[in-house]
Design a protein around this ligand. Structure first.
Ligand code: ADP
Length: 751
């Protein structure tokens, strides 16, 4: 059998996703690999498929018991012999599993790293034929990562003891350069094929909200998403308990998870969530590692987490099935203080020296700051995240709250000057809270105590209010006019060249949400959120979906399995779309492999036959193309229109002019296309193409992203000119002359 047959036979998928094939080929050729892919990208397939093709056993080192169980259940469901060995088993169960393993019963064995040095396990491993060793959650080996596990270091010693070195494959979703180097180095990977796929999770919608009452926001959200499964993360146990109670009182089916509950209660609650008995989970960040539930439709953060790494990991638990999901962060200024308190009360590890601790603290502060900026930025949220992880994001993603919002700009340069004066007067000894309070003329005890009421700057920005002053300070930090010390005090410092830059004409612009536009964007967001299942299936299709879902729940109960391990939501949708009546037809459905068909196929077919009466109708909207994965059923069902292009005849009507902005060009192009069959093109997309052809680019200067034109671009007819914003502010943008316009038109004419 080859890799394609394995993928179809056992996993029921017609094609590999981005990156999977490269890694699999590499492993099969005997070369080590390091796969860095975001949650939900499909890392498991990358080692499970080669495991079935290699002659011996694959050992998978995994840090989490629940994760192992889930993976092994999934594999067994697919008809693959796998087992796990960890502390959840009794000694005799372990002996039995090892005995079976020695008999060659399992192709894949999951083990906890601690297990590697036990006598019994070693005895087994030294005699077995181990073809591959896979390190899952490989970032746990890096002391730089937040999830460092000393037991991971034992992996290296273990490998050295083996008679023959197996091929090594390591996987993680966290990838700062440092962690990546650490993994390759500590594990001594040999000329590894390192593959980093894009970190973007296109199906996730991002939003930061600052509701006055977080609880009311949550209640309203629950009303709007009644049948959906989601996680609400809170910073502290106390928050978890309080919110959980409120949801209970309101009749929402919710459960909770935090370290203060007994192990038994945690296990039970987790299961209830996984088995969809209680669709809503309220938890601290203790929850989630190793949770593979694929139909989590939203992750709400009740409090801001400590770092963007944490945030992306936790938020990333939404939408693993590739369907649209939402990641909402509820921010309040208090969150920064809660986090600082949590950092202060972090238990140090015994092995860490004083210097280590100081370095870690500094790093934590930096991370917290970057996280806070995420909550305050008015730029595209996805781009902010991607850029942090070292990836070039689009300028606007059009799938986050910030892209949906309309802003108005205010010049606050004068206020910025007063802020600088205030910080100087206070001799740079205070943080943002004190400085903003002083400038706003607050009469707090602290301010009195420090003698700040006597300052010349005291109350000099009274008319703006404290919150607004803080916003301006954040903008100044972004522009590097100010900085903060990297310690817990976060003292504000004025950059050496700040005054000079302001004198030379640099402006400080604050973007504020336009109130009237806000309502429109909420409506847009809501309609976008509806573009899910219900968007593909028509009312009969939804009826069928419900029937199949109930059948799935029933089977899940009978087998004590989480429903999504039987079939994913995505597979159910595909079942409704294809409405198979025979085995051959059902085998074409994404996620239906041979083994699963043998177990459940007939029951589902029976249900579909009963529903249709043997006569298939159309249970979905539109023309469905055979696109099954990644871009998703959704895209397949909706992608009736082709990507933007113009025929030469249409292009001939382009109204060339002396100069246009890229958005104007896009607008003109769109008016020429056949709107019935062709999608629009955006200015951002055109600009991306200009970037790809190296006519122009973007760079970050003084904390602001600025566009620039290359020499090649100038030769082609692009130049930087000044524009006027609605409130009379000047700023730079790129203009295109007639020559450049012709070039673009030609570019989009070729499909
Ligand atoms: P990760 O470990 O990277 O977070 P998983 O391995 O859990 O992701 O995979 C996420 C989901 O994607 C799973 O439901 C998995 O079955 C599915 N999947 C993986 N590879 C493919 C593929 N080639 N085609 C369709 N679905 C896939």
């Amino acid at each position: 059998m080859d890799k394609y047959s394995i993928l179809k036979k056992y996993f029921g998928y017609p094609a590999f996703r981005e990156g999977q094939e490269t890694l699999i080929d590499s492993i099969l050729s005997g070369r080590d690999v390091l796969g860095i892919m975001p949650t939900g990208a499909g890392k498991s397939i990358c080692y499970q498929v080669p495991a079935l093709l290699l002659p011996g056993i694959t050992l998978v080192i995994s840090p989490l018991i629940s994760l192992m169980k889930d993976q092994v259940q999934t594999l067994n469901q697919a008809g693959i012999h796998a087992a796990y060995i960890n502390s959840s088993l009794s000694e005799s169960q372990i002996s039995k599993a090892l005995w079976l393993a020695a008999q060659g019963q399992y192709k894949i064995i999951y083990v906890a790293p601690e297990r590697l040095e036990t006598y019994e396990f070693l005895r087994f491993a030294l005699q077995a034929e181990i073809s591959m060793l896979t390190v899952d959650e490989a970032h746990c080996i890096s002391q730089w990562g937040q999830d460092f596990r000393p037991s991971y270091l034992k992996i290296v010693q273990f490998i050295q003891k083996l008679a023959q070195r197996p091929v090594l494959s390591a996987f993680t979703a966290t990838a700062t350069e440092r962690v990546k180097e650490d993994i390759a180095c500590v594990l001594s990977l040999q000329q590894p094929n390192i593959l980093v796929t894009g970190f973007d999770r296109k199906n996730l919608y991002f939003a930061v909200e600052t509701p006055r009452k977080k609880d009311s926001y949550i209640m309203e959200y629950m009303m709007g998403h009644p049948d959906e499964s989601g996680i609400i993360y809170c910073a502290t146990r106390k928050n978890v308990d309080a919110l959980y109670q409120k949801l209970q009182n309101a009749g929402v089916l919710a459960t909770r998870y935090h370290a203060g509950l007994s192990a038994a209660e945690r296990r039970q609650n987790q299961e209830d969530f996984i088995y969809d008995k209680t669709p809503v989970m309220v938890a601290t960040n203790a929850f989630g590692m190793g949770i593979d539930k694929s139909n989590v439709r939203y992750v709400i953060h009740y409090n801001m987490p400590q770092s963007l790494e944490n945030y992306y990991q936790e938020a990333g638990r939404a939408g693993r099935d590739g369907e649209r999901a939402e990641c909402v962060l509820l921010y309040s200024a208090q969150d920064v203080m809660i986090n600082r308190f949590l950092l202060d009360s972090k238990e140090p590890n015994e092995e860490q020296t004083k210097e280590d601790l100081a370095a870690i603290r500094e790093r934590d502060e930096e991370r917290l700051r970057i996280m806070t900026y995420y909550c305050l930025t008015t730029d595209c949220l996805r781009t902010y995240i991607l850029r942090y992880f070292g990836e070039a994001g689009p300028v606007r993603c059009e799938n986050c709250l910030n892209c949906a919002r309309e802003y108005e700009e205010t010049d606050v340069t004068q206020a910025a000057e007063k802020i600088i004066a205030g910080i100087r007067e206070a001799r740079q000894r205070y943080g943002i809270h004190v400085i903003a309070g002083m400038l706003a003329g607050e009469n707090r005890a602290k301010l009195r105590e420090y003698g700040l009421l006597e300052y010349l700057s005291y109350g000099s920005l009274k008319e703006l209010g404290e919150a607004e002053i803080k916003r301006i300070i954040h903008q100044m930090l972004e522009q590097k006019l100010l900085s903060v010390t990297n310690d817990r005090y976060g003292l504000l410092r004025v950059s050496a060249d700040a005054a000079q830059r302001l004198q030379a004409g640099q402006r400080v612009i604050l973007k504020k949400v336009k109130q009237e536009a806000e309502k429109a964007s909420t409506a847009r967001k809501e309609s976008a959120a509806k573009m899910r299942r219900s968007d593909i299936l028509n009312s009969k299709g939804l009826e069928l979906f419900e029937k199949l879902r109930l059948l799935r729940t029933q089977i899940a109960r009978e087998e004590s399995m989480p429903p999504y391990i039987i079939f994913s939501d995505r597979t159910l949708v595909d079942l409704c779309v294809k409405a198979p009546l025979q085995k051959e037809e059902m085998m074409q459905v994404s996620g239906v492999g041979e083994h699963k068909f043998a177990r459940y196929g007939e029951r589902f077919l029976e249900q579909i036959r009963a529903f249709t009466g043997g006569i298939r109708e159309k249970y979905y909207f539109g023309e469905r193309e055979e696109v099954q994965d990644q871009s998703g059923l959704l895209a397949g069902a909706r992608a009736k229109k082709t990507d933007f292009f113009l025929t030469p005849e249409q292009a001939a009507d382009f109204p060339y002019a002396e100069k246009y902005l890229v958005t104007e060009i896009a607008e003109k192009l769109n008016s020429l296309r056949d709107a019935q069959t062709t999608k629009k093109i955006s200015g951002a997309e055109l600009f991306r193409r200009m970037q790809a052809k190296e006519y122009a680019g973007e760079e970050r200067k003084d904390g602001i992203w600025k566009k620039f034109v290359t020499q090649k671009g100038q030769d082609a007819g692009l130049w930087i000119g000044m524009r006027m914003s609605r409130n009379g502010m000047e700023y730079e943008d790129i203009y295109y002359n007639e020559n450049a316009q012709r070039m673009i038109v030609e570019l989009v004419c070729t499909k």
